[in-house]
Structure formats: structure tokens, C-alpha cells
Design a binder for this molecule. Structure first.
Ligand SMILES: Nc1ncnc2c1ncn2[C@@H]1O[C@H](COP(=O)(O)OP(=O)(O)OP(=O)(O)O)[C@@H](O)[C@H]1O
Ligand SMILES: [Mg+2]
Length: 385
């Protein structure tokens, strides 16, 4: 009699062969069956010593399914309008070009704390852009921001772009991966060509790859197109380190909350690796003050005990705190509606926050914090411990 797990593995192998052969339709089908078997097995035997291993497989196959599904959609779109995809043209949807006037105006000052990160980014980006002549030795072009989820990696990159008025080429790994399967390295070349074109004219330019681990993890399943695309990426990064490009204002910034998944070749090209830490107690207090102050124009605030809120939110990310304050707002608006109150009649109190905090779990895994610290010690450029 077959084990559910064995059957799962068998279908996974079928899926991988189909995937390799370019038969994506069947690959999707088999990955789904594999996920199904493995999930059922885990429901029956949650304590199996292989549980973590199977969970990882499941999430890997699910990722793969979504990449392939996107690709199928894309393929049928291109086939439906063949005239739009001539050989030298690149598909604009692999990345978006955001010029300064096309995005929110946030700068460093709009972000609470993150002082160590701001300092590192000034040294790595802002000063070189301001006066390249002070850098006879050039400067590194690759920067990796790493740290727990929801603590400002994306936000600070957007703010950085505004600080230097950069053109931002925003690359979505999910999109680019689905394209890479088809067009492989061509799209990567195109991305860097466009970036260099801007930068050679003196326009500060940032290629931003959010959740970069999705692109550069070590896959056990190596599929030709992806591998070529990744190699091309490394070649392009090396090109930026050449003498010819030593002083162009072009930066490649990657963000990740799983730096340990990155391939070593990739890590090496990102010479600046900056830890974006979770908010300390003091910073959580500031975050509560910052976001609550935005409520003050609309509602009356009682004296809020921010120290207490900070004490109660150990392990909460910046993003958790934003959600908590928003939830407080929503609760109050609901009450105003349900009880037919005027906004001024319903004061915002410390209790309103505490009630929400009780229902909101912290999203930072404390055990992972040590892993980030260790990774920072080993690979970080500006570890300050
Ligand atoms: N220092 C800060 N000051 C004010 N708001 C912040 C700060 N850091 C993060 N936030 C807010 O928290 C939310 C999450 O931030 P962001 O998306 O940058 O996190 P992230 O580190 O990129 O997370 P992920 O790893 O999940 O992508 C955003 O709404 C952002 O505005
Ligand atoms: Mg992010």
C-alpha cells in the first residue's frame, strides 16, 4: 500500500520532469496533485520528523505553480496579439519605471527612526550621488537590505529614491520569473540597458528588486531559462563594477527577509548589506505617537499612555503598529455609526489600543531574530553590535 507521502513525491517528480521539458500545463497539474498528497499526509501525521521538509516542498511547489500559471496567462496574451512582441522590444510589465513625479513624496524624515539604516544609505548612496568626484576609487553598486518582515525595507528604499530624485526601476520577482522562463536573459539585459541609459546621462537611477530571495535562492530544480537569467544578472552586476561604470549614479537594491536563502554568488555582488532591524521599545513608542497623531485632526485624543503601548508590543513590527492604529480608527468609526455619535463625542483612549493589541498577534518570530543577527555578523556591512 502506498503512503500518501510517497505518492506526493512521485507526482512531484513527474511535475519536475514536465517542467524541465517545458510542458508547463502538465507540470502545474502534477505539482498540484503533489501538494495535495503531501498536505493530506501532514494533516494525518503532523508530528512526522519530516514535517518541516514536506512543508518546505509544499511551499516550493506552490510558488512554482503560481509562477507557471502566470506564465501561461502571459503566453496566451502574447499569442493573442503577436504583433506586440517583436524580437528587440522588451515587455514593460517585467518592471515599472517610476519617475520622481510619479510616486509618493515620502523622504527619510517621514520614517520614524531607522537611523542606522539611514546612515548606511547616506554613505552608500546619497554622498556618492551628491559628489562623485570625492570617490576616486568608485563605490559599490549593489546594496542588500535584510531584516524581519514589516520593518521598513520597502519604505526606506522608496524614501531613498526621493532623497536623490532617482528614477526607480521597480522589478517584481514574480513577474520577471514568469517572463524569464520565456525570454530568459534578454529581459535582464534590457532592464540594465535602460538603467544605464538613464545613469550615463547623470540621472540617479535605482533598480529595486523587492523580495529578491524569490529570484536568487538556490533551487533544487534548475530550469534553463531561470539559470541563464540569473547568470545574466550576475554578469550585469559585474559590468557595473567595471571602470567604465565606476562613477555612474546607478544602484541595484535588493530587499529580503530571508537572506539565508540567497545564493553566495549573489550575496557577493551586493557589497553593502544593511540590516533593517525591528523597532525597539523606544521606536515603537515613537511609531504609536507618529501614527496616532494623524488621528488627532479628526478625533479628540485623551492622554494616551504611549509607554504602556510600547511595553505591550514587544515582538511587533512597524507594520503591526500601523495596522493596530488603523484598527483603532475603524473601531471608533464603527462605534460612532452604530451609536449615532458625533466624532467629538467619542474620545480616543489608551484602552482602545490595548483592546486591539490583545487581538493582534506579533508578527516577528523571536527565534528568527537571532538568525538575522548571526547573518548580520557574518555578512553584514555595518553590523553595530
Ligand atoms: N520607520 C518607519 N516609520 C514609519 N512607518 C514605518 C516605518 N517602518 C515601516 N513602516 C510602515 O510599516 C509598513 C511596512 O513597511 P515595509 O513595507 O517597508 O516593510 P518591509 O520591511 O518591506 O516588509 P516585508 O519584508 O514584509 O516586505 C508600511 O506601512 C510602512 O509605512
Ligand atoms: Mg517589503
Amino acid at each position: 500500500m502506498y503512503h500518501l507521502a510517497d505518492q506526493g513525491i512521485e507526482y512531484a517528480q513527474k511535475a519536475i520532469s514536465a517542467d524541465r521539458a517545458g510542458d508547463y500545463e502538465n507540470a502545474i497539474k502534477y505539482y498540484k496533485i503533489a501538494v495535495d498528497f503531501l498536505s493530506k499526509y501532514l494533516v494525518l501525521y503532523p508530528d512526522t520528523p519530516l514535517a518541516d521538509f514536506y512543508k518546505e516542498l509544499i511551499s516550493k511547489y506552490k510558488n512554482r505553480i503560481s509562477v507557471l500559471e502566470k506564465m501561461m496567462v502571459e503566453k496566451s496574451r502574447v499569442e493573442a496579439s503577436p504583433s506586440t512582441s517583436t524580437s528587440n522590444q522588451i515587455d514593460a510589465s517585467i518592471f515599472e519605471v517610476l519617475k520622481p513625479e510619479q510616486r509618493a513624496k515620502k523622504t527619510f524624515n517621514d520614517l520614524v527612526d531607522l537611523e542606522s539604516v539611514k546612515r548606511a544609505l547616506k554613505r552608500s548612496v546619497i554622498y556618492p550621488v551628491k559628489d562623485p568626484s570625492l570617490y576616486p576609487l568608485g563605490w559599490p553598486k549593489g546594496i542588500l537590505l535584510f531584516g524581519p518582515p514589516g520593518c521598513g525595507k520597502t519604505e526606506i528604499t522608496l524614501a531613498l529614491a526621493n532623497e536623490i530624485n532617482a528614477v526607480l526601476l521597480n522589478v517584481s520577482p514574480a513577474n520577471i520569473m514568469s517572463k524569464w522562463l520565456g525570454d530568459t536573459e534578454k529581459n535582464v539585459k534590457a532592464l540594465f540597458n535602460i538603467a544605464r541609459e538613464y545613469a550615463m546621462k547623470g540621472q540617479p537611477t535605482i533598480i529595486f528588486i523587492d523580495e529578491v530571495d524569490a529570484l536568487f535562492q538556490q533551487y533544487s530544480v534548475e530550469i534553463g531559462g531561470e539559470k541563464r537569467a540569473r547568470n545574466q544578472f550576475l554578469i550585469e552586476m559585474d559590468g557595473l563594477a567595471s571602470k567604465e561604470h565606476a562613477k555612474i549614479p546607478l544602484f541595484v537594491i535588493g530587499a529580503t527577509n530571508k537572506p539565508w536563502n540567497l545564493d553566495i554568488g549573489f550575496i557577493r555582488r551586493f557589497e553593502r548589506r544593511i540590516y533593517v532591524p525591528p523597532p525597539t521599545r523606544e521606536v515603537r513608542k515613537l511609531l504609536f505617537e507618529h501614527y496616532t497623531s494623524k488621528l488627532a485632526n479628526t478625533f479628540q485624543l485623551e492622554q494616551i499612555d504611549y509607554d504602556k503601548l510600547a511595553d505591550l508590543t514587544e515582538g511587533y513590527s512597524s507594520s503591526d503598529i500601523v495596522s493596530i492604529v488603523k484598527e483603532v480608527q475603524n473601531n471608533i468609526v464603527e462605534e460612532i455609526n452604530e451609536r449615532n455619535l458625533k466624532p467629538a463625542d467619542r474620545k480616543v483612549r489608551t484602552e482602545d489600543f490595548i483592546e486591539v493589541i490583545k487581538k493582534h498577534k506579533p508578527s516577528i518570530d523571536q527565534r528568527l531574530l537571532d538568525v538575522y543577527k548571526e547573518w548580520n555578523k557574518q555578512y553584514g556591512t555595518y553590523s553595530e553590535d
